[in-house]
Design a protein around this ligand. Structure first.
Ligand code: ZN
Length: 66
Protein backbone atom coordinates (compact mmCIF):
# COMPACT_ATOMS: atom_id res chain seq x y z
CA UNK A 1 0.00 0.00 0.00
CA UNK A 2 2.95 2.27 -0.46
CA UNK A 3 2.71 2.81 -4.22
CA UNK A 4 -0.86 4.03 -4.32
CA UNK A 5 -0.08 7.72 -3.94
CA UNK A 6 1.73 9.41 -6.78
CA UNK A 7 1.27 6.52 -9.18
CA UNK A 8 -0.55 7.61 -12.34
CA UNK A 9 -3.47 5.46 -13.29
CA UNK A 10 -3.50 3.84 -16.65
CA UNK A 11 -6.34 2.89 -18.93
CA UNK A 12 -6.48 0.87 -22.10
CA UNK A 13 -7.05 2.65 -25.37
CA UNK A 14 -10.59 1.75 -26.54
CA UNK A 15 -9.36 1.50 -30.13
CA UNK A 16 -6.15 -0.50 -29.94
CA UNK A 17 -6.01 -1.59 -26.30
CA UNK A 18 -2.68 0.04 -25.63
CA UNK A 19 -2.02 1.18 -22.08
CA UNK A 20 -2.44 4.93 -21.66
CA UNK A 21 -1.33 6.77 -18.56
CA UNK A 22 -4.15 8.88 -17.18
CA UNK A 23 -2.24 12.11 -16.74
CA UNK A 24 -2.54 15.66 -17.98
CA UNK A 25 0.22 14.87 -20.45
CA UNK A 26 -1.99 12.32 -22.16
CA UNK A 27 -3.90 14.70 -24.36
CA UNK A 28 -5.91 12.04 -26.11
CA UNK A 29 -6.91 9.93 -23.11
CA UNK A 30 -8.57 7.55 -22.90
CA UNK A 31 -7.09 7.07 -26.36
CA UNK A 32 -3.37 6.58 -26.86
CA UNK A 33 -3.14 9.02 -29.73
CA UNK A 34 -5.10 11.40 -31.91
CA UNK A 35 -5.30 8.72 -34.55
CA UNK A 36 -7.05 6.23 -32.29
CA UNK A 37 -9.42 8.95 -31.15
CA UNK A 38 -10.22 9.79 -34.75
CA UNK A 39 -10.83 6.15 -35.58
CA UNK A 40 -13.29 5.82 -32.72
CA UNK A 41 -15.13 9.01 -33.64
CA UNK A 42 -15.14 7.96 -37.27
CA UNK A 43 -16.72 4.64 -36.37
CA UNK A 44 -19.52 6.44 -34.58
CA UNK A 45 -20.06 8.86 -37.45
CA UNK A 46 -20.09 6.06 -40.00
CA UNK A 47 -22.55 4.03 -37.97
CA UNK A 48 -24.99 6.91 -37.56
CA UNK A 49 -24.64 7.77 -41.24
CA UNK A 50 -25.49 4.23 -42.28
CA UNK A 51 -28.58 4.27 -40.09
CA UNK A 52 -29.74 7.45 -41.79
CA UNK A 53 -28.97 6.03 -45.24
CA UNK A 54 -30.83 2.78 -44.54
CA UNK A 55 -34.06 4.48 -45.51
CA UNK A 56 -33.47 6.00 -48.94
CA UNK A 57 -36.27 8.01 -50.48
CA UNK A 58 -38.02 6.56 -53.49
CA UNK A 59 -36.93 8.26 -56.66
CA UNK A 60 -36.70 7.79 -60.35
CA UNK A 61 -34.51 4.70 -59.97
CA UNK A 62 -37.56 2.52 -59.32
CA UNK A 63 -39.34 3.93 -62.35
CA UNK A 64 -36.47 3.08 -64.69
CA UNK A 65 -36.52 -0.61 -63.68
CA UNK A 66 -39.97 -1.14 -65.08
ZN1 ZN B 1 -4.73 3.40 -29.39
Amino acid sequence: MSQTAGTPRSVNCPTCGKAVQWTAASTWRPFCSARCRQIDLGAWATESYRVAAANPPDGDADDSSR
